[in-house]
Design a binder for this molecule. Sequence first.
Ligand code: NAX
Ligand code: K
Length: 479
Amino acid sequence: MRAAHTEAQVRDAEAALASTLADGALMQRAATGLAYAVLGLLGGAYGRRVVLLVGSGANGGDALHAGALLARRGVAVEAVLLSEAVHAEGLAALRAAGGRDRGWDGTGPRRLPDVVVDGIVGIGGRPGLKPDAAAALAAYAPEDDTGARPVQVVAVDVPSGVEVDTGRLPDGAHVRADLTVTFGTHKVAHLVDPASPACGAVHLVDIGLGPHLPPADVVALQADDVAALLPRPGRAAHKYTRGVVGVRAGSGRYPGAGLLAVAGAASGLAGMVRYVGDPTVLDRVREAHPEVVGVGRVQSWTVGSGGDNRAGAALRAALADEVPLVVDAEALRHLDAPVRAEDGSSVPAVLTPHAGELASLLGVERADVEADQLAYARRAAQRYDTVVLLKGPHSLVAHPDGRVRVNTTGPSWLATAGAGDVLAGLVGALLATGLDPFDAAAVGSWLHGAAATYASQGGPIVASDVADAVGEVVRSLLA
Ligand SMILES: NC(=O)C1=CN([C@@H]2O[C@H](COP(=O)(O)OP(=O)(O)OC[C@H]3O[C@@H](n4cnc5c(N)ncnc54)[C@H](O)[C@@H]3O)[C@@H](O)[C@H]2O)[C@@H](O)CC1
Ligand SMILES: [K+]
């Protein structure tokens, strides 16, 4: 499990740990990890040039101490001090090791360095960069019109300027890193979009914080977590004990969505798939998936993918069964908050909106959701009193109690028509096997992304490729 903590949680844990250690020991651990990560990126020391952008706090102190270690190894290190007052011990260490420093006077370098280290601000930073910091960054790590850079940028702890606890980006400038070296635990911004791409690759340095950290509210499941949650048929299993998933999706207008939702549901995780819906879709489903059967009892429903104006009726029919369900696409438009069966009892559900659909569920603008995904996913989970899977490059699975699982699997090629239909069917199948909605949504989105990676191999894919690859991913997890 990759855990992401908030600034306050990190500060409490650091205080508890620091009280057991000599002064400055934690910063030394952080700076050493940072220096070795930079050395790895440089691929050597002699002849390499590193510039440190240094702000007023301990984040700048990390950069200065790492710079000292790099300078002792033979790297040419120059610190650009962006504040009158920087970490005094760090600066002394850098100077003693032969590193140079200068203030920022608006003039850029004669020759660009190999790596720029962003020690402007860490978890104590306010959003955005001050004009001096933004100008120094642009001078030492210039970008062309496409955003490409000749210089690699390593962020200390977090890319300066991003919002650490929310994953939001500021209105103004922020650092865009190739590598972020963080300490003790991940921070929310490392996992949550739109901030997470600004972190580049994230490298975690263990500074001994683990025992002092509380359970994280924001986590990302890893392969072993998913393997542990995967349903496996017992020795005495038969198709009904493994779970029956029903699909009410697709329409005369969008027959393919029905087929793809069935393909996701028919990944082999549940014991049986039923399709209930448009007769023309049913014929095509039977042709493509001869194992799929018609009306009967189910342990879960997937409703709404590629639906038409009958999606409301399909949703009501599914809710009436009072089994767990996935509510997707068109069916989302017919949901009341909180999600309840007709008799008022609560029904375990997973809503699977993309940002636009989540915006409609909450009566806000799509751009607002995209800018503040964590907050809006949590708000929807609370308002609808159910698990919400907000689909995106890093999909969020939000529980009404505030916990969130971030999905980090899947290539950009997964942004393809019908991929959401496959996901809805897959999560429905996992619900049928008995996983609770939070687990089914998180495991489903992890498998969906991993299947896309497997199918893509770095190239283009279509949605049915994703469904076809789920079995292979499950096999490798179980191996
Ligand atoms: N606390 C600890 O025990 C450890 C902290 N570490 C480092 O310490 C960092 C946190 O240090 P600090 O609490 O000193 O805070 P920061 O270094 O994040 O920065 C806070 C300082 O920057 C100024 N500032 C805030 N927003 C700014 C902005 N947008 N532009 C320019 N200046 C701004 C503030 O006035 C304050 O002086 C962590 O991110 C990590 O890098 C590590 O050394 C590990 C140990
Ligand atoms: K930073």
